[in-house]
Write a protein that binds this ligand. Structure first.
Ligand code: ATP
Length: 135
């Protein structure tokens, strides 16, 4: 088996569907590289970039914000609360989200939801890095 089908699906619908030779994803316990024919596995994902290596050598990037990866020998499914392929990321929006999250984290008020702001910061940084190919 030389390639495996990869789907990335979010509540807004599918964002990626292609044949790849390797997927590199960031699970909550570290980075994994998955090749075609891999034994079945499910793992929770961190907020991070997913690298999708194509036959021919090029690599596509997606920003995936948590969720799960489900691996089967002939199909890999990534289910995430939100995810975007690099070309669809609005850089200005991600930079604005980053600035908002940073501002919230700097406020010394008790009623700030730090965990939420921290996650928003991670999503924004992930989108910026993926859009800029800075992985
Ligand atoms: P924002 O504060 O800009 O909405 P967020 O991190 O709160 O960012 P999410 O809740 O992760 O956004 O995503 C909501 C929807 O908006 C999803 O469909 C996601 O794909 C999309 N989205 C969020 N940020 C961007 C972006 N910078 N470029 C393209 N789509 C984005």
């Amino acid at each position: 088996m030389k390639t495996v089908t990869v789907n990335i699906v979010t509540p807004d619908g599918p964002v990626y569907d292609a044949e790849v030779t390797m997927v590199i994803a960031k699970t909550t316990s570290g980075e994994i590289g998955v090749l075609p024919g891999h034994i079945p596995m499910v793992a929770p994902l961190a907020i991070g970039a997913v690298k999708l290596k194509k036959e021919g050598g090029q690599t596509e990037l997606a920003a995936v914000n948590g969720g799960f990866i489900e691996v089967r020998p002939d199909k890999i499914s990534i289910l995430a609360p939100s995810a975007e392929v690099a070309e669809t990321i609005d850089l200005a929006r991600a930079k604005a989200a980053l600035a908002r999250a940073e501002q919230r984290l700097q406020q010394k008020q008790d009623n700030i939801d730090f965990k939420r702001a921290e996650l928003a910061l991670q999503r924004a940084l992930n989108r910026i890095n993926v859009q800029e190919g800075n992985i």
